[in-house]
Design a protein around this ligand. Structure first.
Ligand code: IMP
Length: 439
C-alpha cells in the first residue's frame, strides 16, 4: 500500500519515561488511529490541555486529537476502574472519547487478587537475598501470568455475565492459596464479579474486534500510530531480566498485541532521553550516585508519573540504546530533554563497559550477576550553555552538536528529532529524515 503517512510505531529505547507522550502529541494530528498494544496502568503519561495536566495511564495519548480513533489492543491489560476514571477526567476537559474508542475483546482484565499477589510478592522479595523488582504494584505481572497460565479473564468474557464467576474463580482461588493470611484482605469472589460487572457496564458497547478494525483501516490506507508503553530494556525477553515488566514492550509486542502483520508497519521511531533514567531496581551501569545525578533529577523533574518515585539518573548509555535500536529496527531516534543537560561543565556518554577482566564490551549480559561486574566506559564532552528552545539543529552550540554526533554514531542510528524543552514548539526535526514530512 502506498499511503502518504506511514503507519508508525513509537517505542521507548531505555527503561521507560523517555517522553513518548510529547512525540505522540506532535504526530497525532497526522493519524486517524492511535493504538496501545501492551502494558497497563503501570505506564503513565501527562497530557496538557489548556494549561492543565491530565495524567493518563491506559488511554492512548492520541486522545487529544479529536479526529483520532483510539484502539486498545489485545496485548494490553486493563484496570477498568482506573480506565473509567481516565475517561471521566478526559470528558471533564471536553474530550468525550467513548464514541471513538474500541477495546479488544481479547484484552485481559486486572483483578483485585492480581494486585494483592503483586504486593505480597514484592513484600516477600524485599526480605529475600535477590531483593524486590520494585514493581508499580498495579498487578501487571500477575495479570499477564494468569493470561499465560490460561486462567485470565478477558474483556469478551464480560458479555457473558452468567459464567463470569467461573472465569474468575480459578485465578482467585490460586492466588488465595498462595498468599495465605494476606488473602483475608481480599473481597469475596462474588463481590469482585459484581463490582466488575458494574464498572464494565458503560464500556460493553466499545468492546470489539480491534484486529478487524485495524485491518480495515490499513486496507483503506488510513494511517495508524502504534504507541508503545514502557521500553525495550523493560521487555520481558529483551530487557534486563528479571528487573523488567511482564510484557513485550519492544517491536514483537506490537504484532502479538494487535494481530497486525509486520508489513502493516512502515516506520519505527525510537525515543530516548539525552541521558538515562530508570525507576525500580535492576542494573543501570550509567547511574550517577552523585550531585550530577541529583541535578539531572531536579532539572529534568525525574519523578514517576504513576508512583511518584524518584527516578535513578545517569549518562546516556549507548550499548543499551544500540541494543534497543537493533531489536526494534529503528529508522530514526527522537532524542528528548537535551536542555536538561544545559549548563553542565562536562557531559558523559557511556560508550561501552569494562568487564571483570578489564575487557571493553558492549554486549549486554543475560544474568543480573554479570551486570554487577560491568563498569561503564565513559567518554567525556565539554558542556554547553543553553540549547533550550532551539528549533534548528544547525543552531545548536558546537559542544552540544559534538555530543549528539558521537551519540548517534555510538547507537548506529540517525537522529530524526531533538527535543529542547517541554513545549511542543521546542525542538528540531532533522531535514532529510522520514519525520521531516510528518511534523
Ligand atoms: P511492573 O510493570 O509494575 O510489574 O513493574 C516492573 C518494572 O517495570 C519496575 O521496575 C517498574 O518501575 C518498571 N515500569 C513499569 N512501567 C513503567 C513505566 O511506564 N515507566 C518506567 N518504568 C516502568
Amino acid at each position: 500500500m502506498n499511503q502518504a503517512t506511514p503507519n508508525l510505531a513509537i517505542l521507548g529505547l531505555q527503561w521507560g519515561d523517555e517522553g513518548k507522550g510529547k512525540v505522540v502529541d506532535l504526530l497525532a494530528s497526522k493519524y486517524r488511529h492511535a493504538v496501545r498494544f501492551q502494558g497497563g496502568n503501570n505506564a503513565g503519561h501527562t497530557v496538557v490541555v489548556e494549561g492543565q495536566a491530565i495524567a493518563l495511564h491506559q488511554v492512548p495519548s492520541g486522545a487529544l486529537n479529536k479526529d483520532c480513533f483510539l484502539v486498545v489492543g489485545s496485548g494490553v491489560v486493563l484496570n477498568l476502574e482506573v480506565f473509567r476514571q481516565e475517561l471521566d477526567r478526559l470528558k471533564g476537559r471536553g474530550f468525550d472519547v467513548l464514541p471513538r474508542l474500541m477495546m479488544s475483546k481479547k484484552a485481559h482484565i486486572i483483578l483485585p487478587h492480581h494486585i494483592a499477589l503483586d504486593l505480597w510478592r514484592e513484600e516477600r522479595a524485599a526480605k529475600a537475598a535477590g531483593g524486590k523488582i520494585g514493581t508499580t504494584g498495579r498487578g501487571i505481572g500477575p495479570c499477564y501470568e494468569m493470561k499465560v497460565a490460561r486462567m485470565g479473564v478477558r474483556l469478551g468474557d464480560l458479555k457473558h455475565p452468567e459464567i463470569l464467576i467461573e472465569r474468575v474463580r480459578p485465578g482467585y482461588e490460586e492466588v488465595r492459596l498462595r498468599i495465605g493470611d494476606a488473602a483475608k484482605e481480599l473481597p469475596s469472589l462474588e463481590a469482585i464479579v459484581s463490582q466488575l460487572l458494574e464498572t464494565a457496564a458503560p464500556l460493553l458497547p466499545v468492546i470489539g474486534d480491534t484486529q478487524g478494525h485495524l485491518m480495515d483501516a490499513w486496507e483503506k490506507g488510513e494511517p495508524i500510530l502504534f504507541e508503545g508503553a514502557q521500553a525495550t530494556l523493560l521487555d520481558i525477553d529483551h530487557g534486563t531480566y528479571p528487573f523488567v515488566t511482564s510484557s513485550n514492550c519492544s517491536l514483537g509486542g506490537l504484532y502479538t498485541g494487535t494481530g497486525m502483520p509486520p508489513k502493516a508497519l512502515h516506520k519505527v521511531l525510537g525515543i530516548a532521553k539525552a541521558y538515562t533514567t530508570r525507576v525500580g531496581a535492576g542494573p543501570m551501569p550509567s547511574e550517577l550516585l552523585d550531585a550530577t545525578g541529583d541535578r539531572i533529577r531536579e532539572v529534568g523533574r525525574e519523578f514517576g508519573t504513576t508512583t511518584g518515585r524518584p527516578r535513578r539518573c545517569g549518562w546516556f548509555d549507548a550499548p543499551i540504546t544500540a541494543h534497543a535500536c537493533r531489536t526494534n529496527g529503528v529508522d530514526g531516534v527522537a532524542i528528548m530533554k537535551l536542555d536538561v543537560l544545559d549548563g553542565l561543565d562536562e557531559v558523559g556518554l557511556v560508550i561501552g563497559y569494562r568487564d571483570g577482566e578489564g575487557k571493553l564490551t558492549s554486549v549486554l549480559p543475560a544474568c543480573p550477576q554479570e551486570w554487577t561486574e560491568l563498569k561503564p566506559e565513559i567518554k567525556r564532552f565539554k558542556g554547553w550553555t543553553s540549547t533550550r528552545g532551539v528549533t534548528r539543529h544547525d543552531q545548536l552550540p558546537a559542544e552540544a552538536q559534538a555530543y549528539l554526533d558521537a551519540l548517534a554514531e555510538a547507537i548506529e542510528t540517525p537522529i530524526a528529532y531533538l527535543s529542547t524543552g517541554p513545549d511542543r514548539v521546542e525542538g528540531c526535526v532533522y531535514p532529510g529524515t522520514f519525520l521531516a514530512d510528518l511534523i
